[in-house]
Design a protein around this ligand. Structure first.
Ligand SMILES: Nc1ncnc2c1ncn2[C@@H]1O[C@H](COP(=O)(O)OP(=O)(O)O)[C@@H](O)[C@H]1O
Ligand SMILES: [Mg+2]
Length: 242
């Protein structure tokens, strides 16, 4: 299996409106693929189909070699949704335990992973704090590690850096690279074009379609620009085509 994610004419319609329009997305094992595009481009809708949360209207999607939706791959996937999915009325520790139990992990394994992950996000002292008492940035960090508790092979990160301060963003990216170096595949969405430089490959999405794709370097070269923001505008206007 070369492609961990492979979609063929993947389409989602909400009534008359087409949110994802014949998307052909190929993501290789161990790469960080950044899906970029403005709000409403269809990024979240695409991820929700790939993770089995949303019914596919037409086309096909293969994730880890399985035609989705397929329950057997859930164990190997981590999904950090755009809206932080934490239970606010329980402690940080209880959230991690909850997510670990969903994936059938033993208490001892959860405990070990919890220690490592809390250390990574520098929140070791907050384990027994009620989640609602954490700042926005802290909740974001906890949300990320809840996604990682079961050591997924494939990560879907939907705008993980929105509302995250620049210092923490750097930390996140460093960690994403560490994971990638361990063979984890990451599909990440963002509407911050400047973040794309951290990705191995990027795809520009607009109105449900993939309008350009390649390494950040290649995208800049083809569009003869020095910023990905300008490149996006050029591809959007049809001035440059891949
Ligand atoms: N459940 C839904 N019902 C109707 N329209 C939706 C629904 N979910 C998303 N959309 C629409 O689909 C488009 C793409 O949304 P989304 O995938 O969230 O974009 P992005 O993540 O790129 O910002 C938007 O115009 C949005 O309003
Ligand atoms: Mg979105």
């Amino acid at each position: 299996m070369i492609h961990v994610i492979n979609t063929i004419n993947l389409t989602k319609r909400f009534g008359e409106f087409t949110a994802v329009d014949n998307l052909d997305l190929k993501v290789k094992k161990g790469e960080i693929y950044g899906l970029l595009g403005p709000n409403g481009a269809g990024k979240t809708t695409a991820i929700r189909m790939l993770t089995g949360l949303l019914k596919i209207t037409s086309g096909d999607a293969y994730v880890l070699g399985k035609n989705v939706p397929d329950k057997s791959i859930a164990r190997y996937i981590g999904h950090m949704p755009q809206d932080t999915a934490l239970y606010l009325g329980i402690t940080v520790h209880q959230n991690l335990e909850f997510f670990g139990e969903i994936f059938g992990l033993h208490k001892a394994t959860i405990s070990k992973r919890e220690k490592e992950l809390l250390k990574f996000i520098d929140l070791e002292k907050w384990s027994n704090e009620l989640t609602q008492n954490l700042s926005g940035g802290m909740k974001h960090r906890v949300s990320l590690i809840c996604t990682l508790i079961h050591e997924p092979k494939l990560l879907f990160l939907d705008e993980p850096t929105v509302g995250v301060d620049p210092e923490l963003r750097e930390t996140f990216w460093k960690y994403f690279h560490d994971l990638r170096n361990q063979g984890v595949t990451i599909l990440i969405t963002t509407h911050y074009m400047d973040e794309a430089q951290h990705c191995d490959r990027i795809g520009f999405m607009r109105r449900g379609r993939l309008i350009a794709e390649g390494t950040p370097k290649k995208i800049l070269k083809i569009s003869s620009t020095t910023s990905l923001e300008d490149a996006f505008l050029k591809f959007s206007s049809g001035e440059v085509q891949v």
